[in-house]
Design a protein around this ligand. Structure first.
Ligand code: DX5
Ligand code: ZN
Length: 217
């Protein structure tokens, strides 16, 4: 199933509750929550107190993307604050297999993210343990960046690896997704679509409808 996960990094934070209701009403299935620590990525975004408030504002799946060093330090707390799905970067975990188990022990779904320059081989021994793989289609750290073209081939390679292994794991893409890049990532095999600017800039309901139309074609 194709799923839209609007990233609130691009929202107007003075009107966050309203904008969350707007994407909910327009039919987005997930809500994407980007946590940045200023170390793993250059920027700092938001954390637990904001997640707790967002949890009260929506019943949708909260898709928490941890762009932080050594995420095992905070996995339990994000789970307790309302995350449903927690994604960690392969590059930031010294013991990736253990972190995946930690997320599952909290009763949450586990995702593993790969930066654009990270090879799919980072997934070799964990692919059958994760609920989702996040292929970064920009270098993480900021919203509104340009989609990296080599991502299409990477998604396609991941999809064929999964098919060969008989896996139906979700493939999420994040960064630079809009009406122009969406058809290609869907065709390559992605099914969980993060969009920040393409949802929150302009008319939110109309943007969600347009993206969902493309996803349903
Ligand atoms: C990038 C973040 C993304 C970002 C996407 O580091 O992980 O989730 O918000 O923003 P857009 O869709 O504007 O590229
Ligand atoms: Zn993200």
């Amino acid at each position: 199933m194709n799923i839209l996960s609007p990233s609130i990094l691009a929202a107007d934070f003075t009107r966050l509750g309203e904008q969350i209701s707007e994407v909910d009403r327009a039919g987005a299935e997930y809500l994407h929550f980007d946590v940045m620590d200023g170390l793993f990525v250059p920027s700092i975004s938001f954390g637990m107190p904001v997640l707790k408030s967002v949890r009260k504002a929506t019943k949708r799946i909260l898709d928490v993307h941890l762009m932080i060093e050594n995420p095992e330090r905070y996995v339990d707390e994000f789970a307790d604050c309302g995350a449903d799905l927690i994604t960690v970067h392969a590059e930031s975990c010294r013991h990736l297999d253990r972190v995946i188990s930690q997320i599952h022990q909290k009763g949450k779904k586990a995702g593993v993210a790969l930066n654009p320059a990270t090879s799919l081989s980072a997934l070799d021994y964990v692919l059958d343990k994760v609920d989702m793989v996040l292929i970064m289609t920009v270098n993480p750290g900021f919203g509104g960046q340009k989609f990296i073209e080599s991502s299409y081939g990477k998604i396609r390679d991941l999809k064929s690896r999964m098919e060969a292994a008989g896996l139906h794991t979700d493939i999420e893409v994040d960064g630079g997704i809009n009406a122009d890049t969406l058809p290609g990532v869907l065709e390559a095999g992605a099914n969980v679509i993060v969009a920040g600017s393409a949802v929150f800039k302009g008319n939110i309901a109309e943007n969600v409808r347009n993206l969902k139309n493309i996803m349903e074609q």
